[in-house]
Design a protein around this ligand. Structure first.
Ligand code: GLU
Length: 496
């Protein structure tokens, strides 16, 4: 049987990185088995579902390269089928009508009481007075217009069991499961029923989802059994926790949990996807940097960890707002991916920062490619190309305060020496790495000044920073005109 899996997010917020990982694992599993990856938007909670959230989910999946293989299913559009299924279960005696009057609306004042009451009710649910109401009476009351909910008639004795691909054998006594509501008295089908109906309709063979759904799975298996359908295989994924063990949630961790944060912060989708794949899974060969093809080739449910994964960031430290490994991985990708694959991303970033010039695609293409290739060595995110790398693409770059202090102001004599160096370099007929180096070496000898001091000063004047690629390469990339103009710049000297 062809593997068919689905990612089934509820569109009630932005795409959480945990959900993104669930989507990725489903996708990798489908691809590794030659199966299909489907998307179902679980938008039955009409009050909380938003168009915007659907958009953010689709954008996030697209960014990660997880395109569904078939048309998207919107759960709300299947409502009639869910209702019909509840009635079918009623017909076959697997469910019953519950005429208990609707609970009074819960307000914050009586919320505590309501919780206690509900817990008590749950315990008593096997003794629901309507569970064994004779069919004729149930039909008669319904026909008379009395409102009712439909509940699953959970068998009195026995247990549900299934073999979870990650957590192994899972069992639960029927006595621990309430007669769950399938259809509310207002005609609204409930979550577990909707999921089972849709999974059957979509021909889902494997359900791969968060571990927080384990208790639902037992209830869903009961529904499959009541319907006489063999349940799919299940694989529950470990949670992603914040350092300290709290669940990674929007409430406590804000934007950190949103996938788009990483896109907007200059992560490469290839790198972030790779990072996500390793949150709770590792390949047999323990390789870390993997292309999509390698991820697919190595992916298996057996490689999923039972222990929860930690997203290792420090919310109080702006420099460590995201996982160190995520940043490391991104820098690895930036440094080592084929240049032609990186260039479009850099172009996009420069466009966003209004630093892009059409010439970079035409006459200055060679220059542009070389520059990106040289400066990417030290960059961590795409943003670095427009911030730390700004001096290569614009004149209005910033001078790092510390660099100015240490490399310029500590040596006041440089304020006149650097313009002199500019005049010397201007005379070069060829402005190449070796020629520049020679000229500078003879300059420092002549002036009896340390080579290192001049190098550092030149770097700060030319790029605004204290670190970067080989300074002779920087000179070469910027060209004679810009380099000499910058050596003469008084801006950093006058900066406070
Ligand atoms: N809609 C559920 C969620 O977002 C997922 C349901 C499922 O995967 O079965 O948590």
């Amino acid at each position: 049987m062809t593997v068919r899996v689905r990612f089934a997010p509820s569109p009630t917020g932005y795409l959480h990185i945990g959900s993104a990982r669930t989507a990725l694992f489903n996708f990798l599993y489908a691809r590794s088995k030659g199966g299909k990856f489907l998307l179902r938007i679980e938008d039955t909670d009409l009050e909380r579902s938003t168009e915007e959230s659907v958009k953010s989910i689709l954008e996030g999946l697209e960014w990660l390269g997880l395109t569904p293989d078939e048309e998207i299913v919107f759960q709300s559009r299947n409502k009639e089928k869910h209702v019909a299924t509840a009635f079918r279960l009623l017909e076959t005696g697997k469910a019953y009508r519950d005429f208990t009057p609707k609970e009074e609306t819960v307000t914050s004042k009586n919320i505590k009481e309501a919780i206690v009451e509900r817990a008590r009710e749950k315990k008593d649910l096997r003794n629901n007075p309507y569970r064994d109401l004779p069919k004729e009476e149930s039909d008669r009351r319904a026909a008379a217009g009395e409102p009712f909910a439909i509940r699953l008639k959970v068998p009195r004795e026995g247990k549900t069991c299934f073999e979870d691909a990650v957590y192994g054998l899972q069992e639960r006594e029927f006595s621990d499961i309430e007669d769950l509501v399938l259809l509310r008295s207002d005609g609204h089908p409930l979550y577990n029923l909707a999921v089972v109906c849709d999974d059957i309709e979509m021909g889902i063979t494997d359900v791969i989802r968060g571990q927080d759904h384990l208790t639902n799975t037992h209830k869903q298996i009961l529904i499959y059994e009541a319907l006489g359908v063999t349940p799919p295989r299940f694989a529950h994924l470990p949670l992603i926790l914040a350092p300290g063990g709290k669940k990674l949630s929007k409430r406590y961790h804000g934007e950190i949990v949103s996938l788009t944060t990483y896109r907007d912060a200059g992560f490469l989708p290839e790198a972030f996807r790779n990072f996500l794949a390793l949150l709770g899974w590792s390949p047999k060969n323990n390789k870390e940097i993997m292309t999509m093809e390698e991820l697919i080739e190595n992916f298996s449910l057996e490689g999923i960890h039972k222990s929860n994964a930690i997203f290792n960031f420090d919310p109080n430290n702006p420099k460590r707002w995201t996982d160190d490994k995520a940043i490391w991985m991104n820098s690895e990708y930036i440094r080592t991916m084929p240049l032609e694959k990186l260039l479009p991303y850099v172009k996009e970033e420069l466009k966003k920062a209004k630093l892009w010039r059409e010439e970079y695609d035409k006459d200055e293409r060679v220059w542009f490619e070389r520059t990106v290739d040289v400066i990417r060595e030290r960059f961590f995110t795409l943003k670095d190309f427009s911030t730390q790398g700004r001096a290569y693409f614009a004149e209005d770059y910033d001078f790092d305060e510390k660099a100015v202090e240490k490399n310029l102001k500590k040596h006041p004599e440089l304020q006149t020496l650097m313009p002199e160096l500019a005049s010397k370099l201007e005379k070069l007929n060829e402005f190449t790495h070796d020629q520049i180096e020679q000229a500078i070496r003879s300059f420092v000898e002549e002036k009896q000044i340390s080579f290192g001091i001049v190098m550092n000063a030149a770097r700060t004047l030319l790029t605004g920073t204290a670190v970067g690629p080989s300074i002779f390469t920087v000179f070469e990339l910027l060209g004679k005109e810009k380099s000499t103009m910058r050596l003469r710049s008084q801006i950093p000297w006058n900066q406070n």
